[in-house]
Each structure stands twice: as structure tokens, then as C-alpha cells.
Write a protein that binds this ligand. Structure first.
Ligand SMILES: Cc1ncc(C[n+]2csc(CCOP(=O)(O)OP(=O)(O)O)c2C)c(N)n1
Ligand SMILES: [Mg+2]
Length: 896
């Protein structure tokens, strides 16, 4: 139950006031100054007062938010230049079509879902953007980039339909994609590549991506790669969505980088899925504090124009005080009820409020709009945001969830899930928005169209033409680049000839060499999240510079060194600091630049592999959806190859996640030569042939002797395996095939020698560069065979390589599920050794013994496999266990 404020209490101060008269005098003198000499003078006076108060030791920290009203005062509100009445009509039609789309889908198939209430609350926000601000791709100044709230997609489709971009057939197949003419549920560039630009379906991804996109545009501009200064990034997000860590993770970056090319519009409908975002508080005020604290320009749009006369009558600030103490749960209840209820429970709870609204009927009170539903207020806010310089802007627009849905869902806790409206509710909706629908239209949920010469259609067309064409629109077209001949930059790796290095060192050297290629170099975007030194990349600091929008404002401590920390406005390296989510977002911006800016780039994001798929996997999934092209390099990879670091740092799983992403090509090479072949091929696929794939490659920090790549092996490296060596005599006691990937290949090679020397067993040793690629090919072949049972059977690549019945043992530095990806495609007996369990901090040899995949364990596994097929006696296995001092009674590593 709402309590009235007491008259003497100053705004936002609950301290008891003993001398109201004194307060009044102070306020009146301030008002007098502002009236006589203007706002600027008033501000100056306050600053002076604050300074003096500080000297006197009485300065109290101010409230971190402003009062509960619109930021833009009426006399500074820019005039809406369009036809508000027409916009109202057009928006009403879109509301209906969006609603009909969802209700139809759920009538046909109850399971399809979809949302009505979110777009219902955001319709005016979207439409102000579409009619006045969002520049399309043909705009002279370049198209704007708009991140749409995902579950408001029906509204975006509804507009595209009115613009003639989508057919009725498509609208009728919302969320029914598989028949061929459907529309996807949320923005997915993978599924609608000409339409959606940015995947936002997973809450939080839109906000962080949009910030890094705006920042990346500055990077392109500073580096002279593209003209981006007139393009604006807009993001429409939910108030509930702001609870995601990613939503707020980069707010201070946006301020630091002075991203005045960025505007967030947060639809503060006070609700999320289950209920109120802050029932007992005020999300608008909380967000204002957060954004102000982070240094943003904040514009609150809380009350519609019809509130202006009420505020004008509010001489004692009683209305504004009441609004300030009303919590969101109460606002929601007020929103869910009619004018009479609002009259009784808000405007009549104190004599002062009663007086302010005395002239209004219940129906008029019912008609009072929140700011986010008022085109005039929204226009003023968008316009101020667009013109604001030096800071990013957030517009906090207060709305009602399910606006116009009446009893069926306006400000109800169940609004979000409301997918079906009965005929009465639909009729109410018709009258609420004065829609030209017959009862039959309502029963059939017919979509509303615009006659092409109707004022609405003309207005719609004219507005979009003036703004440069329709949005959203995605382009896949861009320039292509040439990768220099592989020998020119990687002969050190291809012909390593036994030199010692780690694959990480090899990777850095490949990158450094590519950065010397005049044509390609400027398009390379190296990205790190504060681990460049870990990966031996510090020389790049000076070689290519670290990007900074302001250059370097200090003398670097290490200025004289070759490895100096050199920041520059034209710096090429993106040093993101400790934010994998941020670094990944930068990578996505670079990896999709071919589409967003028509400029092909080749980004390399190198990071601690454990903090990739595990930490920011959802962002990688969104990158895949967005058709990102570039390299993700999981460094310090492997659960036993990264010695010392222990449980949280040692990665045994990233290849499993990578394998689940259809357009991710994932490799775990053992040697520098293999790595070079993969990088070269990947670069060609992505920037020469414009394939929508990205590469995940694990690189390790273990130094070892690197052999030259065997002649003719390159193609097999790309397919996923090649025979590296054979040991032992043919016709020996037994024959096995040993597979090894990444750094563990060396354990496998050592095992083959143990087998030959100690047990007279011969082995073919295969270097497996990608179990994922092998499995993909094999699955594809098996599918083909299954679907073509009467045709000649095809053989997979792994089937070809591992024909015959000699047992196979595979070992990796990842969990067994990784080598097991191919288990079902191998006819011979197949066993894997991996690193299932929690990591430990210790040296590599001890870790490999602990996880039971060192060379001795591999040898034992091979002997056991031979014993199981009857090729030798089980006693041999016992003898080996003894010889290699393996304790058979230990608890399994994954149980410890
Ligand atoms: C990461 C993630 N978690 C949960 C969801 C499911 N979800 C979709 S919309 C929604 C509520 C959104 O509330 P809000 O951001 O306030 O948007 P509104 O619909 O109120 O405009 C939730 C929980 C999601 N899409 N993504
Ligand atoms: Mg919400």
C-alpha cells in the first residue's frame, strides 16, 4: 500500500527536518537566481556552494541519481518534426501484426512460444528509431548499427512486412523455419543472413557487443582503415537484461573511450520474465546511478507529455516527491489497474496530490502515458543522445510491459509468457488502438496491410528513404585479401629440422612474419587479454603498437627497451586487459568487419585456453551465429602441458565445446609445421575464399624439438591425421596403431619405442591434428551410406587411415570424450587415454603419470588392447605394470 510523503521532507532525503521555513528560503533564493539569471548561473552557484561546503567540512555526498522525472525539461525539449498522429497509426498496426504473428503460431502449434508483451512495451521506442534516427545501409554517412532486443523480433518483422520486405507467408511462418519460408525466433544472422546483423538472443551479449563494436569503429577510424565517424551504434535492451554481468561489464570502457557514437535505450518496463525487476526498489534510479557512476550521459524519459501540466501545478514538489518514493512493485500495480484505481490509490492519497489532479477524470488519469510511450518525449531524448559529444548516452525509457494488452497482460506478472489472447482480449486491443479490423479479421488473426498510396505507407517509405533504406539489413559482401605464399612466412616451422620451440612460440613467429607482409599486415588484428607476455608476444608492443584512442600521455617506464609498452592512436594490437568477454567481443567486431564495414580483416585472439570456451563460450556461440571469420588461439593449452598452474587453469575440455560449433574448425597440432599448414589454410578459407568459418587452434607452452613437416603431409594435416612414424619390426609379437594429439603425441612416440624395445610390439604412430575434423567427415560419410543403402559404400578418411584390425590406442591432453569422437567410426578395437578429472599443480611428467596417459601408461594400454584381442597373454600386461612401476590400486584420477 502506497504511503503519502510528508510535506516537509526534501526530495531524496529521509532525514527529519526541524526547520522547513529555512529550507524554503534556501530553495526560493535558488529559484530566484535561476529565474533571473538562468540555469548556468544556478549550476555555478551550486558548484561554489559545494566547494565552500567542502572547506567547511560539511559536504555530504549527493544522491547518485536525479529526481524521478524526465531529464530533459519541457523548455529544452526539441520538437518532434514528424507526424505524430500517423506514427501512432502505423505503430498500432505493427503492434497488431506482431501480436497476431505470435498468437497465430501458438494457435497452430501450441509449442512454438514467442513474446507479445515485450514489443508491446517497446513499440514506440523502436518506431522513433526507425522513423527518425536509425540510418540504413544506403545512407550517405554510412548505416547505423542497431542491436535489437531479441524477443521484440516480432515487432521488427511486423515493420519489415509493412515496408514490403517480408511476405505475409513469412509472417505466417514465424518460428516455423523448417518449411522453407519461416522467420527465426530471435535475431540470428546464421539463419537470416540478409536480414539480421547481430545475434542478441542470449541476454547480455547485445550490450557488451555493441560497446566493443562502437569502440572498434574508432579503432578502424584511427588506423585509417575505414570511415566510421558518422555511423552510430544503437542498442535497445531490457531492464531485466541489465542484471547480466556482460550487460554492464564494459560501461566504463565506453566512457574511457568517449564513445559518443553509442546510445543505449533501456526499456524500463519494470518487469522481466517472472515478475518485477526491482519490486522493492526503482530500477530506473538504480540504472541511473550505475550509468552516471560509469560516466555516461543519462537521459530519463519517465513521463509522457500529458504529465507536463501536472508537474507545472506541482509547486510544492509533492508529486515529484511521491513519485520518488513509489517503488516499482507499486508502479506495476498502478499500471495493471485502471484510472479509477490510480485516482484512488495515487492521486488521492494526500491533499496536495488530490489538488494537483483535481481537474482530471478517472478516464483522463487512465490515459496518462509513461514517457517511453510518448513519441515527443522519445524524439527529444534520441535527438539529444545523438548530438551529445564526449560521452556515450543511455536513455532510460519508462514503459509498461504488455502496453495495450489490457487485462490479458498489461503490467501483469504473467505478461512475458502471454502467448494466447482470447477473442474478447483481441477486441479490447482493437478498440484500444482503434484498429481497422473486422470481427472476422480478429477471429482469423489476419495481418493488416497498408495500401501503397495510403498516407501511412507513404510516410513509412519516405522516412526510410530519407534515412538510407531499410533496417535491419546484413551484407555478406566485402573485399578479399591475399595470403602470402606459405613458405614466405613459415619455412622456419615447415623445415624446423629438430629446432626446439613451443607451438606458442611458433604461432607468435607466424603472426610476426605475417605482420611483415605489406598488403596483409594492416588487416591483421591481434588481440590479447593481458597475457601477451605469457605468450612471448611482448615484442609486438613496440613492433605494431598498442591501440589507444588518446595515444600515450605518459613516458613509459620501459621506453628505451625493445619491448617497450608503446601505446598509440594508430596502434594495431588490441590489449583489452583482463576481460575475456571484452576481448572476445572485440574479436567478433573484427571477425565480422567484412560484413559490418565491408572490410575484410584477419583477427587473432590469443588467450589462456581454459578461459575461452569455458568462460565465454556463449559469446563464441554468438560469434558463430554472426558468421565470424578469424582465429581463436587457445594458448597454454592442455591439462598436463600447462605444468604448475593447477585445477582452474589447466584446460581439458575446450576441444569438446569447439566440436559442438558447426562452423568452428578446431585443431590440436603437435608440431610447428602442422600449425603453419593449418593457419595458412584457415587464412585462405576465411579471407581469400570468404568462407563463413572460424578456426580454433590450441597452442602449448612446452618447448620441444620440432621435426620438419613430412613431405606431402599437408593435406592430411588438414583432414585431421597423418602417419608420423612406424616403430618396431613387422611380424613382431603384435601390432598396434597409436594416435596422439597435441603435446601428447610425444608421449605416444615414446610409448611406441617402449613397445618396440621392451615388448617386441610394432606400432604405427599417427599425429592427429583434429579429432573433430575426422569425426565430422566420418559422420558425414556414415550418414550418406545410411541414406543410400543400395549404392557403393563410401569410406571416411579415418576409416581409410585406420583400416585393418590392429588395435588402436589414442591419447590426448583433453578428456577422453575428445579422442572418443571417432571411436564409433573405427572398426578395430579402440581405446582412449585422456585427462578426465581435476587438474593439479605439478610438473608435466608427474601430471601425465597422475592422469595415466604418460608413455608407460600408453604402452600398457597398447599391450592390454593386444591381450584383449588374443594377440598376447595378459601376463605381459602385468609384467609391464610392474616394469613401469604403475600402482594398480590407486583411485582413478577423475575420482580424486
Ligand atoms: C542469458 C539468457 N538468460 C535467460 C534468457 C530468457 N529470457 C528471455 S527474455 C527474458 C526476460 C527479459 O526481461 P527484460 O530484459 O526486462 O526484457 P522485457 O521483455 O521486459 O522488455 C528472459 C529471462 C535469455 N534469453 N538469455
Ligand atoms: Mg523488462
Amino acid at each position: 500500500m502506497l504511503q503519502p510523503v510528508e510535506s516537509a521532507v526534501p526530495i531524496q532525503n529521509d532525514a527529519e527536518d526541524l526547520d522547513p521555513l529555512e529550507i524554503r528560503e534556501w530553495l526560493e533564493s535558488l529559484e530566484a537566481v535561476v529565474n533571473r539569471r538562468g540555469k548556468k548561473r544556478g549550476q555555478f552557484l551550486l558548484k561554489e556552494l559545494e566547494m565552500r561546503a567542502q572547506q567547511l567540512g560539511v559536504a555530504a555526498p549527493g544522491a547518485p541519481f536525479s529526481s524521478y522525472r524526465n531529464t530533459i525539461p519541457l523548455d529544452e525539449q526539441r520538437v518532434h518534426p514528424g507526424n505524430v498522429a500517423l506514427e501512432d497509426r502505423i505503430t498500432a498496426i505493427m503492434r497488431w501484426n506482431a501480436l497476431a504473428m505470435v498468437v497465430r503460431a501458438n494457435k497452430a502449434y501450441g509449442e512454438l512460444g514467442g513474446h507479445i508483451a515485450s514489443y508491446a512495451s517497446a513499440a514506440e521506442i523502436f518506431e522513433i528509431g526507425f522513423n527518425h534516427f536509425f540510418h540504413g545501409p544506403k545512407s550517405e554517412q554510412g548505416g547505423d548499427l542497431v542491436y535489437f532486443q531479441p524477443h521484440s523480433a516480432p515487432g521488427v518483422y511486423a515493420r519489415a512486412f509493412l515496408e514490403g520486405r517480408l511476405s505475409e507467408e513469412q509472417l505466417a511462418h514465424y518460428r516455423q523455419e523448417l518449411g522453407g519460408n519461416g522467420l527465426c525466433s530471435y535475431p540470428h544472422p546464421w539463419l537470416m543472413p540478409d536480414f539480421w546483423q547481430f545475434p542478441t538472443g542470449s541476454m547480455g551479449i547485445g550490450p557488451i557487443s555493441s560497446i566493443y563494436q562502437a569502440r572498434f569503429m574508432r579503432y578502424l577510424q584511427h588506423r585509417g582503415l575505414a570511415q566510421t565517424s558518422s555511423r552510430h551504434v544503437w542498442g535497445v535492451f531490457g531492464d531485466g537484461e541489465m542484471d547480466e554481468p556482460e550487460s554492464i561489464a564494459a560501461l566504463t570502457l565506453a566512457t574511457r573511450e568517449k564513445l559518443d557514437n553509442l546510445t543505449f535505450i533501456i526499456n524500463c518496463n519494470l518487469q522481466r520474465l517472472d515478475g518485477p525487476v526491482r519490486g522493492n526498489g526503482q530500477i530506473v534510479q538504480e540504472l541511473e546511478s550505475l550509468f552516471l557512476g560509469a560516466g555516461w550521459n543519462v537521459i530519463k524519459v519517465l513521463w509522457g507529455s500529458d504529465w507536463d501540466p501536472l508537474f507545472a501545478r506541482d509547486k510544492q514538489h509533492m508529486l515529484i516527491r511521491q513519485l520518488a518514493i513509489t517503488v516499482d512493485g507499486e508502479y506495476q500495480t498502478l499500471g495493471a489497474n485502471n484510472g479509477a484505481y490510480n485516482q484512488e490509490h495515487f492521486f488521492q492519497i494526500s491533499p496536495e496530490l488530490r489538488q494537483i489532479a483535481a481537474h482530471m477524470s478517472a478516464a483522463e488519469i487512465d490515459g496518462l502515458k509513461r514517457g517511453g510511450h510518448d513519441f515527443r518525449k522519445l524524439y527529444a531524448a534520441f535527438s539529444a543522445a545523438r548530438d551529445h559529444r564526449g560521452q556515450p548516452t543511455v536513455i532510460l525509457a519508462k514503459t509498461k510491459k504488455g502496453y495495450g494488452m489490457g487485462r490479458a497482460g498489461e503490467s501483469r506478472n504473467t505478461s512475458h509468457q502471454q502467448k494466447k489472447l482470447d477473442v474478447d482480449a483481441l477486441k479490447e486491443f482493437r478498440s484500444r488502438f482503434d484498429l481497422p479490423l473486422s470481427d472476422r479479421d480478429i477471429a482469423e488473426l489476419n495481418f493488416l496491410k497498408l495500401e501503397s498510396d495510403s498516407p501511412e505507407a507513404k510516410y513509412l517509405r519516405e522516412r526510410r528513404e530519407a534515412l538510407g533504406g531499410s533496417l535491419p539489413a546484413r551484407s555478406g559482401a566485402s573485399d578479399t585479401l591475399t595470403v602470402p605464399p606459405i613458405e614466405s612466412y613459415s619455412s622456419f616451422a615447415l623445415n624446423a629440422d629438430g629446432k626446439e620451440m613451443s607451438t606458442t612460440m611458433a604461432m607468435v613467429r607466424l603472426l610476426t612474419n605475417l605482420l611483415r607482409d605489406k598488403a596483409l599486415a594492416p588487416r591483421i588484428v591481434p588481440i590479447v587479454a593481458d597475457e601477451a607476455r605469457t605468450f612471448g608476444m611482448a615484442s609486438l608492443f613496440r613492433q605494431i603498437g598498442i591501440y589507444s584512442a588518446v595515444g600515450q600521455l605518459y613516458t613509459p617506464e620501459d621506453g628505451a627497451s625493445m619491448l617497450s609498452y608503446k601505446e598509440s592512436t594508430t596502434g594495431q594490437l588490441l590489449e583489452e586487459g583482463i576481460t575475456e568477454a571484452g576481448a572476445l567481443s572485440s574479436w567478433v567486431a573484427a571477425a565480422t568487419s567484412y560484413s559490418v564495414h565491408g572490410l575484410t580483416l584477419l583477427p587473432f585472439y590469443i588467450y589462456y585456453s581454459m578461459f575461452g570456451f569455458q568462460r565465454v563460450g556463449d559469446l563464441i556461440w554468438a560469434a558463430a551465429d554472426q558468421r565470424a571469420r578469424g582465429f581463436l588461439l587457445g594458448a597454454t593449452a592442455g591439462r598436463t602441458t600447462l605444468g604448475g598452474e593447477g585445477l582452474q587453469h589447466q584446460d581439458g575440455s575446450s576441444h569438446i565445446s569447439a566440436a559442438t560449433i558447426p562452423n568452428c574448425r578446431a585443431y590440436d597440432p603437435a608440431f610447428a609445421g602442422e600449425l603453419a599448414v593449418i593457419v595458412d589454410h584457415g587464412a585462405r578459407c576465411m579471407i581469400e575464399k570468404s568462407e563463413d568459418v572460424f578456426y580454433y587452434i590450441t597452442v602449448m607452452n612446452e618447448n620441444y624439438s620440432q621435426p620438419s613437416l613430412p613431405t606431402g603431409a599437408a593435406e592430411s594435416v588438414l583432414k585431421g591425421m597423418y602417419c608420423f612414424t612406424s616403430t618396431g619390426e613387422k611380424g613382431s609379437a603384435g601390432q598396434v596403431r597409436l594416435l596422439g594429439s597435441g603435446a601428447i603425441l610425444r608421449e605416444v612416440i615414446a610409448a611406441s619405442q617402449l613397445l618396440a624395445n621392451d615388448w617386441n610390439v610394432s606400432a604405427d604412430v599417427w599425429s592427429v591434428t583434429s579429432f573433430t575434423e575426422l569425426a565430422r567427415d566420418a559422420r558425414e560419410v556414415e550418414r550418406w551410406n545410411r541414406l543410400h543403402p543400395n549404392e557403393r559404400r563410401r569410406n571416411s578418411y579415418v576409416g581409410e587411415c585406420l583400416a585393418g584390425d590392429a588395435p588402436v590406442v589414442a591419447a590426448t591432453d583433453y578428456v577422453c570424450a575428445y579422442p572418443d569422437l571417432i571411436a564409433s567410426f573405427v572398426d578395430a578395437s579402440y581405446r582412449s587415454l585422456g585427462t578426465d578429472g581435476f587438474g593439479r599443480s605439478d610438473n608435466r611428467a608427474s601430471l601425465r603419470r597422475f592422469f595415466e596417459m604418460d608413455c608407460q601408461h600408453i604402452a600398457v594400454a597398447a599391450l592390454y588392447a593386444l591381450a584383449e584381442v588374443g594377440a598376447l597373454a595378459h601376463e605381459v600386461v602385468s609384467a609391464a605394470l610392474q616394469k613401469y612401476e604403475i600402482n594398480s590400486d590407486l583411485v582413478a584420477p577423475w575420482m580424486r
